[in-house]
Design a protein around this ligand. Structure first.
Ligand SMILES: *Cc1c(COP(=O)(O)O)cnc(C)c1O
Length: 514
């Protein structure tokens, strides 16, 4: 048995994380399997109900929840959490997703009672501090992007895209140009871009990428017509490249009467350095869980505020904060407003607190430095690995992420997927695979500014060792990986398409299987 660079034993036959991480229980049973319906972690007095106040809809049988003591429940979740990879347990080099450290200071401020223990229906006079925080966050998002308005409430990047495109649609309708039914989307775009356009009833016209991975203004001009409502362009793009013709593209789009939606998911690479408003964008979402260090969560609370240009500002949704006579006010309704609201209440307050904390703790110069360090780190990874991996777009320095294709694996019998799975056995989360689609067998690595040179060196050494091993024909290390994760190779597509979300009592299993 050998040791890898992280000091973990390598090779097969080990129980891996599961045994080490879960106090000698390699499998974690479900709560229902360890608890029973007889016990409860709480001790509440029985409630005497005077008559049936539920109109006959009251539960007839027992609830049959699993009963556990508090330590039992806590240990269950802690054991489960140790079976997963997280940014707190190791490097998470997913490209395009900006998986950066979530500073603990953010958590401290988010838990202040004035932010954590308030209710959205409280009178505004009692939540002036919270409104001030939202106002400041909005102010800095507009300042960093040089835009005229902001909608804080969307709950993810994709939700923000939807809102931004709804605003564009409303603006086209207000101009009497509802006939514009086409949205241009470059081939390198994230899947949410064409999905958003299609969801709103637009037909999507793809713009091919140039051989160097960027979008050609001439290709955009050729696709523009009086039928085009907008372009959705990501900058820096998903190949990690700053679009060199972004200003010319914005001018051409505006000259054709269309709007420029910018996918701002990669804003981390340019915050404090470039203001997208200066490039001519009309709408852009900002993923607070990427650029501004709020937790990604397991599909948990995210926030994707959208900034809007002067032209789109009248179409911003409610609610938003406004300075009134007696302090700050929440505007909840505007007569005739096109979009109304896109979410219940005001969005994810806890994320606003974390994001503003990140901004204020960095300051303007610190944010610019974070962007520059993120770019430096990505270029460092690229420079250290480009002699072993194949670089599809060697002409440009990269922005926030290093992109490799699978030609270095040619004739090895090893795929990008195999390679990524082998990284799990070395203690790293895999990079983004097979995206962007314009690159064959893509591997997209985004270290972010969070990682130290020491961590990057360790990562690069592991990557180099794997590349050499792949080229040397040690196929099984890859095709059989992961060997040390709690689960081996999964059918991820099936897990996503046919998730088993309901626990059945074992005795009922034969019936359920019919
Ligand atoms: C992450 C991402 C999105 C979607 O954002 P979510 O917050 O995950 O909904 C859109 N575009 C790009 C380029 C992204 O990286």
């Amino acid at each position: 048995m050998s040791m890898n660079t992280q000091g973990r034993p390598t090779g097969t036959g080990s129980q891996g994380y599961a045994a080490a991480g879960s106090a000698l229980i390699p499998e974690e049973p479900l709560l229902f399997e360890i608890g029973d319906t007889e016990h409860s972690g709480v001790d509440l007095p029985a409630v005497e109900l005077a008559g049936d106040r539920l109109g006959g809809f009251g539960r007839k049988g027992a609830l049959e929840l699993a009963g556990l003591t508090e330590p039992e429940a806590m240990r269950h979740y802690v054991r489960l959490s140790r079976m997963n990879h997280s940014i707190d347990s190791g490097m998470y080099p997913l490209g395009s997703c900006t998986m950066k450290h979530n500073p603990r200071l953010n958590e401290k401020t988010a838990r202040l009672p004035g932010f954590a223990d308030i209710h959205p229906l409280q009178p505004v006079s009692t939540v002036q501090g919270a409104l001030e925080l939202m106002n400041q966050l909005g102010h800095w998002l507009m300042t960093l992007t040089n835009t005229a308005a902001v909608a804080l409430s969307p709950k993810a990047g994709a939700h923000g895209e939807l809102l931004g495109m709804m605003a564009i649609k409303a603006a086209q309708e207000a101009k009497g140009e509802a006939h514009r039914k086409i949205v241009l989307v470059p081939e390198s775009a994230h899947g949410t871009n064409p999905a958003t356009a299609a969801f709103l009833g637009y037909s999507v016209k793809p713009i091919p990428a140039r051989d160097d991975g960027t979008v050609d203004v001439e290709a955009v001009k050729a696709a523009l017509s009086p039928e085009v409502a907008a372009i959705m362009l990501t900058n820096p793009n998903t190949c990690g490249l700053f679009e060199p013709q972004v200003i010319e593209i914005a001018e051409a789009v505006h000259a054709a009467g269309a709007f420029f939606y910018c996918d701002g998911a990669n804003f981390n690479a340019i915050m404090g350095v470039v203001r997208p408003g200066d490039l001519g964008i009309d709408a852009m979402h900002i993923n607070l869980h990427k650029t501004f260090s709020t937790p990604h969560g397991g599909g948990g609370p995210g926030a994707g505020p959208v900034v809007l240009s002067e032209a789109l500002a009248p179409f911003a949704p409610v609610p938003f904060v406004r300075k009134g006579e007696g302090g700050l006010d929440m505007v909840e309704h505007i007569e005739g407003q096109a979009l109304g609201r896109v979410t219940a209440f005001h969005g994810q307050m806890g994320m606003y607190v974390r994001a503003l904390t990140y901004m204020l703790s960095h300051g303007a110069d610190g944010l610019a430095q974070a962007a520059e360090d993120a770019v430096l780190n990505a270029n460092y990874v690229k420079a250290r690995l480009q002699h072993l991996f194949s670089v599809p777009f060697p002409d440009y320095p990269t922005m926030h992420e290093a992109l490799f294709d699978d030609s270095f694996l040619k004739d090895t019998g090893i795929t990008t997927l195999d390679f990524a799975k082998a990284l799990i056995d070395e203690g790293f989360h895999p990079m983004t695979m097979y995206f962007p689609l314009v690159v064959h067998g893509a591997m997209l690595i985004e270290p972010t500014e969070s990682e130290s040179k020491q961590t990057l060196d360790r990562f690069c050494e592991v990557m180099a060792e794997l590349a050499n091993d792949a080229k040397a024909g040690n196929t099984e290390r890859f095709t059989a990986a992961p060997m040390k994760a709690p689960r081996r190779r999964l059918d991820e597509t099936r897990a996503a398409r046919q998730p088993i979300l309901k626990w059945e009592k074992p005795a009922e299993l034969p019936k359920a299987a019919e």
